[in-house]
Design a protein around this ligand. Structure first.
Ligand SMILES: NC(=O)c1ccc[n+]([C@@H]2O[C@H](COP(=O)([O-])OP(=O)(O)OC[C@H]3O[C@@H](n4cnc5c(N)ncnc54)[C@H](O)[C@@H]3O)[C@@H](O)[C@H]2O)c1
Length: 311
């Protein structure tokens, strides 16, 4: 198949591109390097089935020739990024999604949206099944990301229902692994970088808020299976193992052999108290569940950051 991946120079987009190439597809990667990096695609230079195009997908996407699938992954994704890039985040989630849907319609491609567990906001139902509508503050500082993704889901379902477009929507829960940026402000990268550099490990709030962490290879496998499935309604893909942020800090400190102190800071606005996917549907539909335990995934991720910070 000929496939387009937007956000291909990002953390997940680059891993997805690797997987699609390994499955013998041809891939066009598109990115404007807003939060991504050429380094994430450097290993694909000269690959006969990979082509890169630098483009802002919030603008019209010129295209010639056939296309079988579009994976729309372009979007700032960490709180540090989308708080600094509020308008770009809203534009890529709305105009960018609209452009990709238009291209999918024009070429007959299947459209795949990278949505997020943030559509559930600060959830009042725990764990979160796909049927939960969420508890989002639309005008809070995080609203730029949450509402862009909620709009992206809405317009995707509208293209599916109104135009009969083949669409898939994945709600991704916190994912970690190599190629995250050292200073992207996500909890796993933050803790590892602080621990490796002997800096205080900063915990927002008292550390009792929970998160679930999915290793990147598990996530990409779920995404590929979903793309090939018949499901058009949103599907949760993530790891249901639930840890408090304090537990994660202790684990990282132990695994890196760091002497870093734990430092407590005020909880940011609208920070979710709990987060854990209900993956009953993914298990039943895709025969998928995560297989990489947190400790194992952290070994790979810590190794990666050691190299990045050392080099
Ligand atoms: N990593 C996670 O845990 C997670 C969780 C939920 C959802 N997601 C979603 O997965 C997708 C990828 O996230 P990521 O973690 O790889 O983030 P990332 O920041 O590493 O990658 C996003 C990529 O999109 C590119 N981009 C942004 N705006 C663009 C535009 N207008 N035109 C072209 N390219 C643009 C960036 O340059 C970057 O390379 C995002 O849509 C995000 O919302 C990620």
């Amino acid at each position: 198949m000929k496939l387009l991946v937007t956000g291909a120079a990002g953390f997940l987009g680059s891993h997805l591109t690797d997987r699609l190439l390994a499955e013998d597809h041809s891939v066009v990667g598109m990115d404007n390097f807003l939060t991504g990096s050429e380094r994430n695609l450097a290993h694909l230079a000269g690959h006969p089935r990979f082509e890169f195009r630098r483009h802002n997908v919030a603008e019209f996407i010129p295209w010639k020739g056939p296309l079988d699938g579009i994976f729309h992954f372009a979007s700032p994704a960490s709180p540090v990024d989308y708080l600094q890039l509020p308008i770009q985040t809203l534009k890529v989630g709305s105009l960018g999604t609209h452009n990709c849907l238009g291209l999918a319609r024009a070429t007959g491609a299947r459209f795949f949206l990278a949505s997020t567990s943030e559509v559930y906001g600060d959830p009042l139902v725990h764990p979160q099944p796909e049927s939960y509508w969420g508890n989002v503050n639309p005008i809070g500082v995080r609203g730029v990301y949450d509402e862009a993704k909620r709009f992206a889901e809405a317009i995707t379902m509208a293209y599916h229902r109104f135009h009969g477009l083949e669409t898939r929507i994945v709600r991704i829960f916190n994912t970690y692994g190599p190629r995250m940026r050292p200073h992207d402000g996500r909890v796993v990268s933050n803790f590892i970088v602080q621990a490796l550099q002997g800096e205080p490990i900063t915990i927002y709030g008292d550390g009792s808020q929970t998160r679930s962490f999915c290793y990147v290879s598990d996530l990409i496998d779920g995404i590929y299976r979903l793309f090939r499935s018949e499901r058009s309604e949103p599907l949760n893909v993530g790891n249901p193992g639930e840890f408090t942020v304090g537990e994660l800090a202790e684990l990282v400190r132990g695994m890196t052999g760091s002497n870093s102190q734990l430092q407590y800071r005020p909880l940011p606005q609208d920070d979710p108290r709990v987060r854990k996917p209900d993956i009953t549907a993914a298990r039943a539909l895709l025969g998928w569940e995560p297989v990489v335990p947190l400790r194992e995934g952290l070994v790979e991720t810590i190794d990666y950051f050691r190299k990045v910070l050392g080099g």
